[in-house]
Write a protein that binds this ligand. Structure first.
Ligand SMILES: [Zn+2]
Length: 575
């Protein structure tokens, strides 16, 4: 007989299980990474034995681990590494302090690890005319080669170590295609301009597999800290698969890592190419999927990704629309907004999209789509409808990500076709000025359907959440707050502008979108997304109960503990 004694019992908690009825429980018993029971404190104590680790949560809120179902975690990790000056206006000392702070927090620490400072706006240094030189960078507390790269990509400043590695010194002859900055006594001052800057930059070695794994490790720590236990990488490349794969090999993977392989228009030039392309994806998925669903995190490639259209905002206006964008046919002072000829762009021919969707269903992969405008959404809903007709018994779970402008009739189509809308809730928190610009571009009527969320649920469709980090800063609890308020941070004052064209989500709807409904769209609801018997113990403990606080406090939520497959991967010291 199997012993039913628990490894860990969490008790005296307020556990929102997110099961079918959103049941709340007091305690949970965990064994070998699985949830073996949930119930009252008394019921769960039956699973205790001498070796059981008992954790008294003193009434804290517990929910399933967050499933972020659209983001770019490795790309985000690369941005967390090194340093961006973000085009700021800074004095020399402020610049150096800022760089030092990032050096001190950099995930890479080796003496030979290059440290790159980007987005330096040379002309914005204060007071005007101030420059950074090698001597300044040499004052930083680091032995690493350091470069500061200007936003114009023509100017680079190197510290002494970097200059040596570039093979440059005072005896280097003056190049014809650019300039090596020098001090009054002829020594290099570290400033390289034009071709020498580009040559130097190109000679910096790419990060090694080990360095990439360190970046991936930092990513999972940052995500675990905010309560994320599963990610869906919306565009997998081999570099990130290798990096997270290295963590898996080292037995250090603390995040379930699922993702999509992109298919580009070049991969499928005509509908008859779709089948061969999908075979390639299947091979690629086989190579990297570590598979077997166990409590310990795995890597898997479950979907294909298509960029169906572009973005809504002017001046790009590449999101595909059913009705044309409007343009100002009057003047600046006497505007006259009228429909233009522009409908945005569809990046694939429609017959190719249909073929890809059908072939994807045939091989049993899911479909993850970048669809911003209602034109792209319509084309893909049609493709999914035809796929459903051809493969009525296949359990395919199409995910439409972004959906910034949805036509009124489409919400019900999502429901009817069992397609999930993957939403980045924070996008409803646009500044009033941008909303106003979009209203001009789209007209008042269509603007009622900008950044919808509740409208999907009201039509019977499922929504899930994706942060899309690093398109926006990684700030999950702020994003959740916007989901239930549709209100951004104010530039001044306490609250920002509310996008009042849709209702707020309820807390329960929010919680389902970030847990069980996200698990569903990833085809993983049997294992994760709710706290029920036989599922993996992926859960988080919060420092406040979201149902009991002011909604505008949600952004301050601290995750006290994150557990993945029964392992505590993050624990906060502050209480
Ligand atoms: Zn994205």
């Amino acid at each position: 007989m199997i012993t039913r004694s628990a490894d860990i019992i969490l008790h005296n908690a307020c556990i929102y299980t997110m099961d079918q009825n959103n049941t709340i429980k007091q305690a949970i018993a965990i064994k070998e990474g699985y949830i073996i029971a949930t119930g009252s404190n008394d019921e769960i104590q039956q699973y205790a034995c001498d070796t059981t680790k008992q954790i008294d949560l003193q009434g804290q809120m517990v929910i399933p681990g967050i499933i972020d179902s659209h983001l770019h975690p490795f790309w985000g990790g690369q941005q967390l590494a090194n340093c961006s000056l973000e085009y700021r206006e800074l004095t020399l000392q402020e610049t150096l302090n800022y760089i030092q702070k990032h050096l001190d927090n950099d995930p890479l620490t080796g003496e030979n690890d290059w440290f790159q400072v980007r987005a330096w706006l040379r002309s914005a240094m204060l007071p005007p005319g101030t420059d950074i030189t090698r001597a300044d960078l040499d004052t930083l507390n680091s032995k690493r080669p350091i470069i500061v790269f200007a936003n114009d990509c023509h100017t680079l400043v190197a510290n002494s170590r970097a200059l040596t590695l570039f093979g440059l010194d005072e005896s280097t002859p003056e190049p014809a295609d650019g300039k090596l900055g020098r001090t009054a006594d002829g020594k290099l001052n570290g400033i390289l301009e034009d071709a020498p800057a580009m040559r130097a930059y190109d000679s910096i070695p790419p990060l090694s597999k080990e360095q990439n794994a360190i970046i991936a490790d930092n990513v999972q720590k940052v995500l675990n800290r905010q309560g994320v236990t599963t990610v869906f990488d919306a565009r997998l490349l081999t570099v990130q698969l290798d990096a997270f794969g290295e963590l898996k090999r080292q037995n250090k993977l603390n995040l379930r890592y699922i993702g999509a392989k992109e298919i580009t228009p070049d991969d499928v030039i005509a509908p008859e190419n779709a089948a061969a392309t999908l075979q390639n994806v299947v091979q690629f998925a086989k190579k990297y999927t570590t598979n077997v669903m166990t409590p310990s995190p795995e890597i898997s490639i479950s979907s294909i990704k298509l960029f169906v259209d572009g973005v809504l905002q002017a001046p790009m206006m590449t999101a595909s629309l059913l009705q044309p964008y409007r343009e100002n046919k009057g003047s600046e002072t006497h505007p006259d907004w009228q429909p233009s000829e522009r409908y945005g762009d569809l990046y694939f021919p429609i017959d190719v999209l249909n073929a890809i969707v059908n072939e994807t269903a045939k091989v049993g992969l899911d479909i993850h789509l970048h669809t911003v405008g209602d034109g792209a959404i319509e084309v893909m809903l049609d493709a999914v409808a035809s796929m459903r007709k051809d493969f009525p018994n296949k359990d395919i779970r199409p995910a439409f990500a972004h959906n910034e402008l949805v036509a009124p009739h489409q919400f019900k189509r999502f429901a009817d076709l069992n397609a999930t809308a993957v939403l980045s809730f924070q996008w409803a928190a646009m500044p009033e000025m941008i909303i106003h610009e979009e209203e001009l571009l789209l007209g008042k009527e269509r603007s009622q359907y900008l950044e919808p969320a509740g409208r999907f649920i009201d039509a019977g469709a499922r929504i899930s959440y994706g942060s899309d980090w690093p398109i926006d800063k990684l700030d999950q609890w702020y994003n959740f707050q916007v989901g239930v308020t549709r209100t951004g941070r104010a530039p001044v004052g306490d609250k920002g502008f509310r996008l009042a064209n849709d209702r707020d989500l309820s807390i329960t709807e929010l919680l389902r979108a970030i847990t069980i409904d996200a698990a569903y769209v990833l085809h993983m609801e049997k294992y994760i997304g709710s706290l029920e018997e036989n599922k993996f113990a992926d859960l988080i403990v919060l420092d406040r109960n979201l149902f009991e606080i002011d909604k505008f406090e949600i952004e301050n939520t601290n995750v006290l503990m994150t557990m993945v497959g029964g392992n505590i991967v993050h624990q906060s010291n502050e209480d």
